[in-house]
Design a protein around this ligand. Sequence first.
Ligand code: PAF
Length: 282
Amino acid sequence: MELTGSIEEVRKQMKAWRKEGLSVGLVPTMGYLHEGHKSLIDRAVKENDKVVVSDFVNPIQFGVNEDLSTYPRDIEADKKLCESAGADLIFHPAPEEMYAPDFSTFVETEGVSAGLCGKTRPTHFRGVCTVVSKLFHIVMPDKAYFGEKDAQQLAVIRRMVRDLNMDIEIVGCPIVREEDGLAKSSRNTYLSGEERKAALVLSKAVFAGKEMMEQGERDVLKIVSHMKALISAEPLAKIDYVEMVDADSIEPISVAQGRVLTAMAVYIGTTRLIDNFIFTCS
Ligand code: PAF
């Protein structure tokens, strides 16, 4: 497995693989890889001849008061995980390699990025779409892999790919959870012991909401109120949002029908965690 920080090197490698007629899968990440990322790499390894993992903490998707400087990084551990999962190349650029000092071009989806996390993080998805577009242009993969934990991100990327006619298959992969239910996230490392226990309210609310839907409940207010009550009972938790929306358009709904995304962002202490489930109503 190779590691490079150079766009030119990646392009050279891609040309060589293309010449041999090999298919390429891309797994975009911000590093500090865990089992959730590994599941994306495993799937990419199964479905492609070659797999590239990008490992880049993208500065332009962080808001001014967010955790860019403290976001966890460990490239040596990332290398080991990628190697053991069978990836072929890690692209680990410096910010200067990705963004010229006078960088001024952005990719932005409207509507789909406005609700849910877009309310609290108004420039976040513009940063995500811009970096993902750049990675797509650099690697030109056949398929790209994203986790369903970031369900709105996945909807935004699918929309961007459709709207801009990018010839890349977007593959969504299921949420990977700890044994006790907490969704895997690089940000879980911010939690103290007490906060780690409190963070279980997110998955508890997810499982409770899903069960209500499985039992036939379709009243959005009832489901969301029940989930909010569960979360609010935890003193360390502060709800940013709990909402049910159409899973593709991210438009709010009042009655559950079709493919419904129930998503939440909750502060546990100062750490903002997200979780969700998707349910298809028959
Ligand atoms: O999901 C992430 O880790 C990031 O938002 C992504 C897609 C790698 C873009 O920086």
